[in-house]
Design a protein around this ligand. Structure first.
Ligand code: F6R
Length: 615
């Protein structure tokens, strides 16, 4: 979603803000803007629809010079992308400027109140309402800025991460959060940085403070950081060191972040299982489970919550946990779970899966599960994220920063961690026999090398992409462990190439989707050799009989499917529980190449945002 950056210190703010905005463009990118307090006391606001580059050319050579400022990349919620709706927004007197991520739910009521009091609002955004409201509170009460912000926020319903700059206070910057993440970087020489995540901060400092819900921070030029809650309790800032390396935020010679992240998977899977899979001692370790064994050993049900690609990883986990640990599993869209009065018992264990750890629906769903007394385990990629902090226990995925909007390495890292969890549970509960456990352990340890092999042999995928690039629809079919991969393949294609694609369990095809099949319909089958292989072969026959163009992902050496279909991509033979870690890779590459051939922006597909921090 929207990206936030802020700076207060001895240096010119603008280069820091622009660099931060470029790093944040992956979150949301329909407009961008900056506000700085200039040396002559002017509050200078510059904003432009489109990419950060548009903002830069709009500003031209007349660069802002102030040493305090805020910047924002917008992902539109209230009002379409436009110069006027872009952030920062000024209050009515043009004295304060506000940037905001989130949604103010009572903005219409506040807007009515402000209009009644003579405020003239020029944009359609909830953020401008916030700017006017803070200014109104400050003017009418005479409160100091931090107190005025806290007083105003008491009346605000909704989610926000915001930063306020006041023309009359060149030595202070105010930041606040509720349900949307906000990080403060504490630099050398009394410098402060603010970010909606750590990416715009890490080039300057690794010391950060994560603001908690309903906290308002005041940063001063003399290096003081004070935090008070909205209800006026003092909070001692907890400074933490982050491990993020700036190199991990660069493309490292690849044309796109997505391609880099696809090729990073041998490493990201290895990092995610390192220390957990111990081949020499024949053990797997998962302290997040062991530390709460009393709960896990009695779990009657596992409830998995997530959205999008993380939900697909949850579907793979359903097969893993039921198959290896024999615990019933339900996988829920977090967004549906939270609004349907779900039945959650304290004998349930909830697993929340999220790359960003900030997805608003998933966060709200785990809060609900906790209220019902469930033990909640997080599988997150971003260290220190809200979901990681709000769960009772968890396991990080160690995939490293994922910048491409379409999730790739996060998925395989999630599946790898969930596999270790299911193996560990199966072993401890006695539902997984030693021979299968050892086979899975060795198999999992080999997966990074085999993913590398799939990547090394991936050249044909680009040629196959040429055949499919002009399609307007596509079907992805798989069974068992490969059904979630079919869903994930279809999601990847629609996200970045804008081709309408559907994933189905292969056997469901005859209950409806088969009506769509003709010569113009590409059908992607995941037809690896497992217990449903022959069934999938029959499904392939059904599509072939109706003239569909078929690409099949098959096990190395397969001849039967090869003889039936138009194109094949081979993957090495592995245990069927591990196969999704390999079969998803050609799906990712196929989407990537098709999107490139269609001239789409692979890393920043239209309308999408990386971290979905609004409902
Ligand atoms: C798909 C994609 C999204 C995310 C979803 C959940 O490529 O990136 O579908 O998977 O928004 O995000 P996280 O995992 O951050 O909770």
């Amino acid at each position: 979603m929207c990206g936030i950056v802020g700076y207060l210190g001895p240096k010119p703010a603008y280069p820091i803000l622009i660099d931060g905005l470029k790093r944040l463009e992956y979150r949301g990118y329909d407009s961008a803007g900056v506000a700085t307090l200039e040396t002559d006391g002017e509050l200078r606001i510059e904003k432009k629809q489109g990419k950060v580059a548009n903002l830069e050319s709009h500003i031209g050579a007349n660069l802002p010079q102030g040493t305090v400022g805020i910047g924002h990349t917008r992902w539109a919620t209230h009002g379409p992308p436009s110069d006027v709706n872009a952030h920062p927004h000024a209050g009515g007197k043009g004295r304060i400027a506000v940037i905001h991520n989130g949604i103010i739910e009572n903005y219409e009521a506040l807007r009515g109140l402000l209009t009644h009091r003579g405020h003239d609002l020029v944009s359609e955004t909830d953020t401008e309402v916030l700017a006017h409201f803070i200014e109104e509170v400050q003017t009418s009460t005479g409160l100091d800025l931090p107190d005025a912000v806290r007083t105003a926020l008491k009346e605000v319903i909704g989610a926000y991460a915001l930063v306020v700059l006041d023309q009359t206070q060149p030595d202070r910057l105010i930041a606040a959060r509720k349900s949307s993440p906000l990080v403060i970087g504490v630099g050398q020489d009394n410098e402060f940085f603010v970010g909606s995540d750590a990416t715009p901060i890490v080039a300057h400092t690794k010391n950060v403070v994560y603001l908690e819900d309903e906290e308002v921070a005041t940063m001063t030029r003399s290096g003081e950081l004070t935090i008070r809650t909205i209800s006026d309790a003092a909070v001692t800032p907890a400074i933490q060191a982050i491990e993020l390396e700036i190199a991990s935020l660069e493309k490292a010679g690849y044309d796109h972040f997505m391609l880099k992240e696809i090729f990073e998977q041998p490493k990201s899977i290895r990092d995610s299982i390192r220390g957990r899979v111990r081949l020499q001692s024949g053990e797997v370790h998962m302290s997040g489970i062991d530390d709460h064994w009393d709960v896990w050993s009695k779990a009657q049900r596992i409830l998995i919550l997530g959205c999008g690609t993380s939900w697909h990883a949850g579907l793979v986990a359903e097969y893993l946990f039921e198959g290896l640990a024999r615990i019933p599993v339900e996988v829920e869209y977090a967004s549906e779970f939270r609004y349907r009065n779900p039945i959650v018992r304290n004998s349930d264990v909830v697993i929340a899966i999220s790359q960003s750890g900030e997805t608003a629906d998933t966060l709200a769903a785990i809060r609900l599960a906790k209220e019902h007394g469930a033990h909640v385990f997080g599988v997150c990629n971003v260290v220190g994220s809200s979901i990681a902090r709000e769960t009772h226990a968890g396991a990080y995925t160690h995939a490293g920063p994922e910048i491409g909007v379409a999730s790739t390495k996060a998925f395989t890292a999630q599946v790898a961690v969930l596999t270790v969890m299911a193996m560990h549970l199966g072993k401890r509960l006695g539902t997984l026999d030693d021979a299968t456990f050892m086979r899975l352990m060795t198999g999992l340890d080999n997966i990074p090398g085999l993913v590398q092999k799939v990547l090394n042999n991936a050249a044909p995928v680009e040629h196959i992409a040429e055949k499919f690039a002009r399609a307007e629809n596509a079907l992805y079919l798989g069974r068992g462990f490969q059904f979630p991969v079919a869903l994930e393949g279809a999601l990847k294609l629609k996200e970045i190439s804008y081709i309408h694609a559907e994933g189905y369990p292969a056997a469901e095809m005859k209950h409806g989707p088969i009506a769509l099949i003709d010569e113009a319909m590409p059908v992607v089958f995941i037809a690896t050799q497992d217990e449903v292989y022959e069934k999938v072969v029959s499904n392939i026959q059904e599509v072939k009989a109706r003239g569909g163009q078929i690409l099949a992902v098959v096990t190395e050496g397969d001849t039967k499917v090869r003889s039936l279909v138009d194109h094949v991509v081979e993957i090495p033979k592995v245990h069927n529980a591990l196969a999704p870690l390999l079969t998803v890779v050609p799906m990712q590459l196929l989407s990537y190449h098709i999107a490139l051939m269609r001239g789409c922006n692979v890393d920043q597909p239209r309308n999408l945002a990386k971290s979905v921090t609004v409902e």
